[in-house]
Ligand binder design. Structure first.
Ligand code: OAD
Length: 257
């Protein structure tokens, strides 16, 4: 696949003082982790988020919620970071300031080697007490729903469910980065879930050049300083880096800039 990277994108990236990145499920698609909203393959086409990813669903049937998260956790543990994740590690090493914000709970950015990831929707590898909200480092992941060693309440995945607030520190860091960045990448998200969906807009309005990486244009932002690089992130991100730093050609498809 040939990725055409406009020259103004290349020079903005090379000169960027602060690069902000927002990722969604699409960045992990090439690692074999299903996205949420794609017809037929998306998780929400096959499962009901009200039953599996909401406090009400957990209260009604904690065993079912646990089974679903256990399967997802095991699938994620088997998955490997892909070239898109690795390109973002490379990018972190090349710019002065770098803030990686993700809606993903799969921890693949950290496993790829990014040092400081702002996790807006939590992390499936952690669990917390459903009453005290304290992260519990050790738990027995058997058939029964594990309980809190301190108070005996059910443990739950440390992820944000529908109807819940995002972790405030993460959200404030994300907003601050979107306002401060002069180059902002939005990778593999449908832009349907707030407040993450507003971050590229905030960046664009604050003066950043925004680059959307997504095979689909559906739901994506448009504007004079917003560029769309259409294609899978595992090909587009390495190509973007190769265009900006031609010495980084390791996993790179051909680039026309
Ligand atoms: P979605 O499933 O809504 O969107 C996935 C996006 O990835 C779509 O725009 C696809 O076109 C794009 N995509 C697919 N393959 C890609 C690839 N190889 N490279 C780049 N892009 C690709 O996922 P999110 O936008 O992440 O929240 O969803 C946001 C939130 O909704 C999730 O964090 C989750 C969900 O409900 C919670 O669980 C709280």
């Amino acid at each position: 696949m040939t990725v055409a990277v406009p020259p103004e994108v290349v020079s903005a990236l090379r000169q960027a003082r602060h690069v902000g990145v927002l990722t969604g499920a699409g960045v992990s698609a090439e690692s074999g982790i299903p996205t949420f909203r794609e017809a037929l393959t998306g998780l929400w086409a096959r499962y009901d988020p009200a039953e599996l990813a909401s406090p009400g669903g957990f209260a009604r049937d904690p065993e079912r919620v646990w089974r679903w998260y256990r399967e997802r956790r095991m699938a994620i543990a088997r998955a490997e970071p892909n070239p898109a994740h690795r390109a973002l590690v490379d990018l972190e090493g090349r710019v002065d300031r770098f803030t990686l914000i993700t809606q993903n709970i799969d921890a693949l950015h950290a496993r790829a080697g990014n040092r400081d990831v702002v996790e807006l929707h939590g992390n499936i590898t952690r669990v917390r007490c459903s009453v005290e909200n304290v992260v519990v480092p050790d738990f027995e992941d058997g058939d029964a729903v594990p309980t809190c060693p301190a108070c005996g309440a059910c443990l739950r995945p440390d992820v944000v469910w529908f109807g819940e607030l995002l972790p405030m520190t993460a959200l404030e860091r994300a907003w601050a980065a979107a306002r401060d960045a002069d180059f902002f990448l939005s990778v593999g998200t449908s832009n349907l879930v707030e407040p993450a969906a507003s971050l590229p807009w905030i960046a664009a309005r604050s003066g950043a050049l925004v680059v959307v990486v997504n095979p689909s244009d559906e739901g994506q932002q448009h504007g004079p300083t917003i560029h769309h690089l259409a294609g899978p992130a595992g090909q587009v991100l390495p190509a973007l880096l190769a265009a900006a730093w031609p010495d980084s050609a390791a996993e790179t498809p051909r680039v026309d800039s």
